[in-house]
Ligand binder design. Structure first.
Ligand code: LLP
Length: 437
């Protein structure tokens, strides 16, 4: 079983309390406060090795962690140690990766509207690859590179026309998508690069078919389309492309209803399509985000108020919610929770775990089966490593939680909890509004 097939981090144990990475979660809540993001290092390293093992027969593979899932300096260090490169999409991600000591040649810059400033920064920092998304960007990148007297190695982001079964907002491979060149536009962009954009070196193609994907057939289809397109470009334009980026997207198990395939099955789909269709096997980039970091993360909350509405439904409110985890309200995402300090209480009741934010839609889990909740109990919500902290906000002017890395019974803070002063640190009051004491 690979790590993405488990709801819980691999080191999860049930003693008196719930334990992860050898650390008692009630102790962590006490020491660092709640809400608290907890990341299990063994699970992160485990899934990295699952990726490396699954593709081990394929020497030309480059794993690029999709930083958008969770981008903090300590997480980048772990993935760098595990031999991953990085898919970045903003100046902030480039800056974080650079300052974490990564060899920038291992970094690929994605995104559908990179700004001039971001492109300049990427060229100055020596980012290894640019995935060019559209005509405007190709021209901009060429002119910025030319002004700096630099060459940019590029992949072309294409929309392969593949529909995957996932939430509409996180589908990207279908033809009606804001990302990438339509297959019918490829000849035009290749001609422009060949004839006009002298500072761009075309290396290969890139596609990303969506996120939280459970079917590997769509990866097989994607590889077929990319390989055939590379062959067609060679025929029509005489250009040999030696690189292919198949994006990310492998799903994880948020609840018992989810059944994601292991990394090995994904690898089999990719390599078998490659062996069937490719004559010269290219370098393959794969950009997993969620499957690398989601399972390793849990969020701890403290139980506060509760109420029973007419009809009997019970709401229990936690000290966090949609600002630290917007996924339930954005995508109707489902999660699994347990009570850290009441593992032996075996008479679960149905409760709705509500957040603390001023919005009716701020519900973390509907109909969770949890036992005898009382104020002060600690709740662990599983599988929050990806797209929680990275999409967190300060809604209601609430400080973002801290993040702790656990390993071998040891915990280290890797992101400090925001303070009230942090919240006002970027505010300014124009002189005419200042209060004269
Ligand atoms: N590569 C590209 C070009 C991407 O756009 C993405 C994700 C990835 C790789 C990584 O995909 P992953 O392996 O994480 O599925 N906020 C949403 C997910 C948005 C994904 C955006 N692109 C969520 O919380 O479900």
């Amino acid at each position: 079983m690979s790590e993405n097939q488990s709801i819980k981090p691999v080191t999860t144990e049930e003693k008196n309390n719930l334990i992860i990475g050898g650390c008692d979660l009630a102790d962590l809540a006490e020491k660092y406060g709640t809400p608290l993001y907890v990341i299990d290092e063994a699970t992160v390293r485990g899934i990295c090795r699952s990726y490396q093992d699954a593709f081990s027969e394929y020497p030309n593979i480059r794993m690029m962690y999709a930083c958008k899932a969770l981008c903090t300096s300590a997480i980048i260090r772990i993935l760098d140690e595990e031999g991953f490169g990085f898919d970045v999409v903003s100046a902030g991600e480039i800056y974080t990766v650079y300052n974490s000591g990564v060899d920038m040649e291992k970094v690929l810059f994605n995104g559908n509207n990179k700004s001039k400033r971001e492109i300049e920064l990427a060229l100055d920092y020596g980012v290894g690859r640019f995935s060019v998304d559209n005509f405007y960007e190709a021209e901009l990148l060429n002119s910025v590179a030319s002004a700096k007297n630099k060459q940019a190695d590029v992949l072309l982001r294409i929309t392969p026309g593949i529909e995957c079964h996932t939430h509409d907002y996180i589908k990207t491979g279908q033809t009606d998508s804001k990302f990438g060149f339509d297959l019918s536009q490829i000849d035009d962009i290749v001609n422009l690069i060949k004839n006009d954009y002298k500072n761009l070196n075309l290396r290969g193609l890139h596609a990303h078919i969506g996120s939280q994907i459970f079917e590997t057939q769509c990866y097989y289809d994607e590889v077929e389309i990319l390989v055939k397109e590379i062959a067609r470009i060679k025929d029509v334009h005489g250009i040999s492309l030696n690189e292919m980026n198949i994006g990310g997207g492998l799903g994880v198990k948020y609840t018992e209803a989810d059944n994601p395939p292991p990394v090995s099955v994904l690898a089999r789909a990719v390599t078998s399509a490659m062996h069937k269709y490719a004559i010269d096997i290219p370098i393959i980039y794969i950009e997993p985000g969620r499957s690398v970091i989601s399972t390793a993360g849990v969020t701890l909350y403290t139980v506060g108020s509760s109420k029973v509405v007419p009809g009997g439904k019970k709401y229990v409110a936690l000290d966090g919610g949609m600002a630290d985890n917007p996924r339930p309200s954005m995508y109707q995402a489902k999660y699994t929770a347990e009570v850290v300090n009441k593992l032996n209480n075996k008479e679960p009741e149905k409760v709705t775990l509500a957040g603390r934010y001023c919005e009716s839609g701020d519900i973390l889990i509907e109909d969770a089966e949890l036992s005898g909740l009382e104020p002060g109990d600690i709740i662990c919500v599983y599988n929050t490593g990806a797209y929680n902290y990275s999409m967190a906000s300060n809604y209601n002017r609430v400080e973002k939680p801290a993040m702790v890395l656990v390993n071998n019974s040891h915990s280290d803070i890797i992101v400090y909890r925001e303070t009230l002063d942090d919240l006002i640190s970027k505010d300014c009051i124009p002189d005419r509004l200042k209060k004269n004491d």
